[in-house]
Design a protein around this ligand. Structure first.
Ligand SMILES: [Zn+2]
Length: 191
C-alpha cells in the first residue's frame, strides 16, 4: 500500500522529539505521547474549571457579605481591603462598633465601615464647592433699574431688555431689582 510509504518529518507535540509521521494530521510520536498529551489537556481543563468555580464562589460570598449589617473581621478584610490589624485597632479605638460573640467571633458593623470610607472622601470635595464666582451684590456695588435709566439716559424697558439679553445677574430686594454696577458700566459706557 502506498499509504504505509508516506513519511513526513515532524516534531512530537508532547515530547518534542523528531519523528516520521504517517499522515499529515499526526501530532505525536507514539501512542504513549498521545495518551500523555490527552491527560495533560484534561488536567489543564480541570484546573481552569477549578479557577472559575473559585471566582464564582468568591463573587457569591462577597454578594452575601454585602447583605449583612454585621460581618466577621476576615470578611471585612475581603470587602474593604484593609488588614485585620487595622480593623482590630479601629475597634479598640472605638471607631468601629463591634460585638464579641466569643473567641474568633467578633462581628463588626459593615455599614459603619462603609460610612468611614465616604467620610474620608468628603474633605476633597469641599474646597471646590466654596469657590463659586463671588458676585458683587453689595448694595454699594449695584444699581437699581431706575438709577441706570437716569445715569445713562435710557428708558426703563431698554434697561430691562439689556439686562435680559446680556444675562446679567440680578437680585430682587423688596420692589427693587439690583444689578452689578461693574457689568452695567461695561455695556452702557460702550454705547
Ligand atoms: Zn512524543
Amino acid at each position: 500500500m502506498g499509504f504505509s510509504q508516506l513519511k513526513i518529518p515532524k516534531i512530537c507535540e508532547h515530547c518534542g522529539k523528531p519523528f516520521e509521521a504517517k499522515t499529515v494530521i499526526t501530532r505525536f510520536c507514539s501512542d504513549a505521547c498521545v495518551d500523555k498529551a490527552s491527560k495533560a489537556r484534561k488536567k489543564k481543563e480541570q484546573e481552569e474549571e477549578r479557577k472559575q468555580r473559585i471566582l464564582q464562589e468568591s463573587a457569591v460570598a462577597i454578594a452575601d457579605i454585602q447583605t449583612r449589617p454585621y460581618i466577621s473581621i476576615t470578611e471585612a478584610t475581603i470587602l474593604f481591603g484593609i488588614s485585620k490589624n487595622t480593623i482590630r485597632r479601629l475597634i479598640k479605638a472605638g471607631k468601629i462598633p463591634a460585638i464579641n460573640l466569643g473567641e474568633r467571633l467578633t462581628r463588626v458593623s459593615r455599614t459603619h465601615i462603609e460610612s468611614m470610607f465616604t467620610t474620608v472622601a468628603l474633605p476633597e470635595e469641599k474646597p471646590q464647592e466654596q469657590q463659586p464666582v463671588k458676585l458683587r451684590y453689595e448694595p454699594s456695588e449695584c444699581y437699581t433699574i431706575n438709577e441706570i435709566s437716569e445715569k445713562f439716559g435710557v428708558s426703563l424697558s431698554t434697561v430691562s431688555g439689556t439686562i435680559r439679553r446680556n444675562s446679567i445677574p440680578k437680585r430682587q430686594v423688596g420692589k427693587f431689582v439690583y444689578v452689578p454696577k461693574e457689568q452695567i458700566d461695561k455695556i452702557f459706557v460702550r454705547k
